[in-house]
Ligand binder design. Structure first.
Ligand SMILES: [Zn+2]
Length: 265
């Protein structure tokens, strides 16, 4: 039993790292508007990478973070996103052990996390968000989550209301901040991201996501300010905090709702 769980988690880590590697490619090629299907090459010397340079995480470690051909530094984004992909996959599987009939939830959590990873990379590195891709992901993952909820016994009406309310509240909440602050607090991409998260997570889950996003984002900002790595008044990407909040909401909302129901019964 333990051996099979260990092998399963190891497999999840490998698949997650490979998807993380793909998330890197999607983010970079969406940013520079190049084709998704060409061969990968070094950003510095432009020489195409060989198969042994493309192994997620391992290649970076073996090459000590440098291109095997020109010796220039490889951006830390690559291994970080690969590790994040592996972690998201491991947690998605581990959360649903003992696994009976839960594969559709695991697939949802994993692929939702991967999509968020792409948006986080683009916002963190270039302060840009792929609005069309986000809207596409919003539609797919909203329908998918609604289907999962209905198939696990919630009524169609409750689920439909939950997602309609989640979408409306999140859209208004972020649109209002965007307008009141005249785009200083958050960018238009963040409004789009908030809106699709509302549609995907539904109410009250998106409320939890926003709550966690401000806790995570606020903590990160304070740490960065104190350590002097962030100058007061600089713009900080908000998508990483929102995405982390959304993942936290997926993991913890059922538990938090049960706790709240118990505490205020
Ligand atoms: Zn190179």
């Amino acid at each position: 039993m333990f051996i099979s769980i260990f092998i399963l988690l190891l497999l999840a880590a490998v698949i997650g790292a490979v998807f993380g590697s793909f998330a890197n490619v999607v983010a970079i090629r969406t940013h520079d508007e190049s084709s998704l299907w060409g061969r990968s090459h070094c950003m510095e010397c432009k020489i195409p990478l060989k198969a042994r340079h493309l192994v997620p995480i391992a290649s970076y470690l073996i090459q000590r973070g440098k291109c095997a051909q020109c010796g220039k530094h490889i951006h830390i984004q690559y291994p970080l996103v690969e590790v994040a992909g592996a972690l998201i996959a491991i947690i998605a599987v581990a959360r649903h052990i003992p696994l009976q009939g839960q594969w559709q939830w695991i697939a949802f959590e994993f692929l939702f996390g991967m999509a968020l990873l792409i948006f986080v990379v683009m916002d963190a590195r270039w302060m840009e968000l792929p609005v069309e891709m986000m809207v596409g992901a919003g539609v797919v993952f909203s329908l998918w989550n609604m289907l999962l909820r209905v198939s696990s016994g919630e009524s169609v009406a409750v689920v439909a209301w939950s997602h309609a309310v989640g979408f409306s509240v999140a859209t208004m909440f972020f649109l209002l901040q965007w307008m009141v602050s005249r785009k200083r607090w958050i960018g238009s991409g963040d409004v789009w991201l908030g809106a699709i998260l509302g549609g995907i997570l539904g109410w009250p889950s998106v409320g939890m996501a926003v709550y966690f996003a401000y806790i995570f984002g606020g903590t990160a900002a304070i740490v960065l300010l104190i350590s002097g790595r962030l100058k007061p008044g600089t713009r900080v990407p908000f998508a990483p905090a929102l995405a982390a909040g959304a993942i936290a909401a997926v993991w913890w909302t059922p538990w938090l709702m049960a706790w709240l129901a118990y505490a205020f019964a």
